[in-house]
Design a protein around this ligand. Structure first.
Ligand SMILES: O=C(O)[C@]1(O)C=C(c2cccc(Sc3ccccc3)c2)[C@@H](O)[C@H](O)C1
Length: 144
């Protein structure tokens, strides 16, 4: 059975590439997904890339990662990073390595972005490298 990495993206990331390129870069989420698929092929693994604006979908997909035997999850929860106890608890519950991913570095931004409920439960965090944050996290997931 192929090694699969779930890549989960939260609210508004479907609009990526349209505004604030100085913060989030010019790649669309489709661009990022394509770069991940290409890197995954080089590494001999599969990526399952999904995006939702709904917190419950992300919780369900974390459960699905566990149920389907995924090796790890890359999670950019967007604004839910700073609010979601539900995602924090789901990460704890599934007992899989979850790597928190951010395009920007939230610690250099507004105060409200400095708290991460995701980071408090994740294996680790990659932030501030734009689209490359995802590629770095994918490589990290495979050496865990
Ligand atoms: O840096 C990130 O990846 C982050 O997870 C992403 C976020 C985010 C917030 C709003 C929109 C978007 S994506 C976007 C950006 C510009 C225009 C349209 C959508 C991402 C923030 O909520 C987080 O604090 C940080």
């Amino acid at each position: 059975m192929a090694t699969t990495i779930f890549v989960l993206n939260g609210p508004n990331l479907n609009l990526l590439g349209t505004r604030e390129p100085e913060i989030y870069g010019r790649d669309t989420l489709a661009d990022i997904d394509a770069r991940l698929a290409a890197r995954a092929e080089e590494l001999g693994v599969a990526v399952d890339c999904r995006q939702s604006n709904h917190e419950g979908d992300l919780v369900d997909w974390l459960h699905e990662a566990r149920a389907t035997g995924a090796k790890a999850v890359l999670l950019n929860a967007g604004a839910y990073t700073h609010t979601s106890v539900a995602l924090h608890d789901a990460i704890k519950a599934i007992q899989l390595p979850v790597i928190e991913v951010h395009l920007s570095n939230p610690h250099t931004r507004e105060e409200f972005r400095h708290k991460s409920y995701i980071g408090m439960a994740a294996k680790g965090t990659v932030a501030g490298f734009g689209a490359k944050s995802y590629l770095i996290a994918l490589d990290a997931a495979l050496i865990l």
